[in-house]
Design a protein around this ligand. Structure first.
Ligand code: CAA
Length: 258
């Protein structure tokens, strides 16, 4: 497995785990960390032995956002040429499900990274926020769009314009996270969920993720048409035949990912 400077990678059965690993900087997302994260996610995405992934930080910080020290003196053009927004976009092109296991601070780009994931398991200490306004900017990795779609305009405005943090229970109440568990359990809970999904029919999981994500991009009619095509496509897989045969024969299916 590749040795990285800013992240650690592990596998747990069919789950690929990425730990953001700059604890001295609250896991600030410097360019190198983002490049390594993308490389690790792509490697897991291409590996048939992996069915789902987790991104996590440590108990105190999932991530405190983009590296302020790295970007403080950059010009607009330098920032644009660094291609960071391409990196963020590429994370959203990963096919397999990604779960964010969040404890402590998920701020700025850290909150946006969690939002880029498909599901979020939060510890009771998780805090979500977009504090960019306090340093004279706004979210730059999707926060104004993805938060607004999940939380609605009123709360997103308060977070973006006035640094309103969401505690874990508020995030749960507003549908930002899947569940909240005690701090000592959040990674195990994420591993359990990822493990269950990784054991399911791989092609159906991929197309299911794609179809749900399309709900954010397309009109209802276009989204429904895309869903129908994906549904029909699954009838060309061996796993569909196996899944339905196993149901009729009252046995567990054996997935091939074909
Ligand atoms: N960038 C760079 N360094 C950071 C950082 C960041 N985003 N967040 C924390 N650090 C560093 C601190 O500078 C400090 O380093 P030193 O020990 O060298 O001084 C170290 O991490 C520990 O941080 P604190 O001493 O501040 O720890 P704390 O417990 O007192 O506070 C915190 C924690 C509330 C998360 C605070 O660090 C903080 O407010 N961080 C910045 C959060 C922020 O503004 N994020 C938005 C970034 S911009 C962005 O993300 C744009 C985008 O949309 C892509």
């Amino acid at each position: 497995m590749t040795v990285y400077a800013d992240i650690l990678t592990e596998t747990h059965g069919r789950v690929g785990l990425v730990r953001l690993n700059r604890p001295q900087a609250m896991n600030a997302l410097r360019a190198n960390l983002l490049a390594e994260l993308l490389d690790a996610l792509r490697t897991f995405d291409a590996d048939d032995e992996i069915g789902a992934m987790i991104i996590t930080g440590n108990e105190k910080a999932f991530s405190a956002g983009a590296d302020i020290k790295e970007m403080a003196d950059a010009s607009a053009v330098e920032l644009m040429n660094r291609g960071l927004s391409d990196g963020w976009h590429r994370i959203s092109t990963i096919h397999k499900p990604i779960i964010a296991a969040v404890s402590g601070f998920a701020l700025g780009g850290g909150c946006e990274l969690a939002l880029l994931c498909d599901m979020i398991i939060a510890s009771e200490s998780a805090r979500f926020g977009q504090p960019e306004i306090t340093i004279g900017v706004i979210p730059g990795a999707g926060g104004t769009q993805r938060l607004t779609r999940v939380l609605g305009k009123a709360l997103a405005m308060e977070m973006v314009l006035n640094n309103r943090f969401l505690k874990a229970d508020e995030a749960l109440a507003h549908g930002l996270v899947n569940r909240v568990v005690p701090v000592e359990d959040y990674l195990d809970e994420a591993l359990k969920l990822a493990g269950e999904i990784a054991a399911r029919a791989p092609v159906a999981v991929r197309l299911g993720k794609e179809a749900v994500n399309r709900a954010y991009e397309l009109s209802l009619a276009e989204g429904l048409a895309a869903e129908q095509r994906a549904f029909y496509l699954l009838f060309s897989t061996e796993d569909q035949k196996e899944g339905m045969r196993a149901f009729v024969e009252k046995r567990a299916p054996e997935w091939k990912g074909k």
